[in-house]
Design a binder for this molecule. Structure first.
Ligand SMILES: C[C@@](CO)(OP(=O)(O)O)[C@H](O)COP(=O)(O)OP(=O)(O)OC[C@H]1O[C@@H](n2ccc(N)nc2=O)[C@H](O)[C@@H]1O
Ligand SMILES: Nc1ncnc2c1ncn2[C@@H]1O[C@H](COP(=O)(O)OP(=O)(O)O)[C@@H](O)[C@H]1O
Length: 284
């Protein structure tokens, strides 16, 4: 029985803008997405029987078709008419319901992993198309890196840049519903729309002050209103001297960026006094 291991990396949104609410209920977005080097590990092992079996190191993650890994495996089996069984062990490190796309990245890793294990020959583009039916963030997570995401998040423009800075992530012990945050967003009241083009220029320049100045997320104020402690956490990061601080996605994770290792380590230790889930990582 063959065995395969895939990393499923977390993402952050360096910019997140919402243009309008669409007639299908989704929001038209423009976001600069960036993978960071914090990842779940997925171990795939073939089974004799034609079944999907999930196990996970975290007790409260559903192991049935509510899990995005299960849905991804089911989908790829149906799409490619595969009648084989698979056991996927999910070793979670990415906090759940955090705005870091942990579930989406696990689903993307499942599509990549099974494509390889069963030698299906699907291209990244084909996997992105399959992934879009699982969730808006899944297509980006197939390739990761740095990309502009438009549409509901599934229309991707991959950017040939490799940003080089430290990312300190902190998540408070609260869960945020993405659907609820989008529902509560009042698009008319958005005063400051972040510029994806501005961020692309800043990333190309590599200047951390310029990158920091371009960070922006229109969902921040919605989540801050629902959970004021997230705004407090952002202010703590700023007090510790982080050049750029932003909430990722619909939250509640807040991240800080810096190009100096000593500063990153200092901020990491300082913020641990305010939040239990803190990670010192890099973008890739
Ligand atoms: C906000 C973002 C930013 O990257 O990330 P997270 O905070 O979830 O990590 C994404 O837009 C989240 O994408 P994802 O979490 O995959 O969303 P989906 O499962 O497709 O949708 C969950 C729900 O969010 C709302 N939704 C999602 C995407 C979008 N462009 N417009 C929406 O209105 C819809 O109500 C949808 O039913
Ligand atoms: N493999 C998975 N890992 C984490 N959460 C999952 C997974 N599959 C389904 N979920 C569910 O998806 C929801 C959102 O999880 P996640 O992707 O971590 O959040 P976010 O989109 O905010 O980054 C959670 O309620 C969780 O129960």
């Amino acid at each position: 029985m063959r065995l395969l291991i895939e990393k499923a990396k977390a993402k952050i949104n360096l910019t997140l803008d919402v243009k309008y609410k669409r007639s299908d209920g989704y929001h038209e977005v423009e976001m600069i997405m960036q993978t960071v080097d914090l990842y779940d590990r997925l171990v795939f092992q073939e089974r004799e029987r034609d079944e999907i079996v999930l196990t996970c190191n975290m007790p409260y993650i559903p192991l049935d078709d509510r899990n995005l890994v299960y849905r991804a495996a089911e989908l790829i089996k149906r799409e490619f008419a595969i009648h084989k069984g698979i056991h996927v062990h999910i070793e979670k490190k990415i906090p759940v319901a955090a705005g870091l796309a942990g579930g989406s990245s696990d689903a993307a890793a499942t599509l990549r992993g099974l494509n390889q294990l069963w030698q299906l020959g699907a291209t990244y583009e084909e996997l992105e198309n399959v992934g879009a039916s699982i969730g808006s963030d899944v297509p980006f997570c197939i390739r990761g890196g740095t990309a502009v995401a438009r549409g509901r998040g599934e229309i991707l423009e991959h950017l040939p840049i490799q940003p080089n800075f430290w990312v300190i992530l902190a998540k408070l012990p609260i869960s945020v519903s993405t659907a609820e945050v989008y529902r509560k967003l009042n698009i008319q009241s958005i005063a400051d729309h972040p510029s994806a083009i501005g961020m692309i220029h800043a990333l190309k320049s590599g200047d951390i002050q310029q990158i920091s100045g371009c960070l922006g997320n229109v969902l921040e104020s919605v989540t801050f209103e629902m959970h004021p402690e997230v705004a407090v956490l952002k202010n703590q990061f700023l007090k510790f001297g982080a050049p750029g601080v932003l909430m990722s996605g619909s939250g509640p994770t807040v991240f800080a960026i810096t190009d100096r290792e000593a500063k990153a380590v200092r901020i990491y230790h300082a913020i641990r006094g305010y939040s239990r889930d803190v990670f010192l990582t890099r973008c890739w």
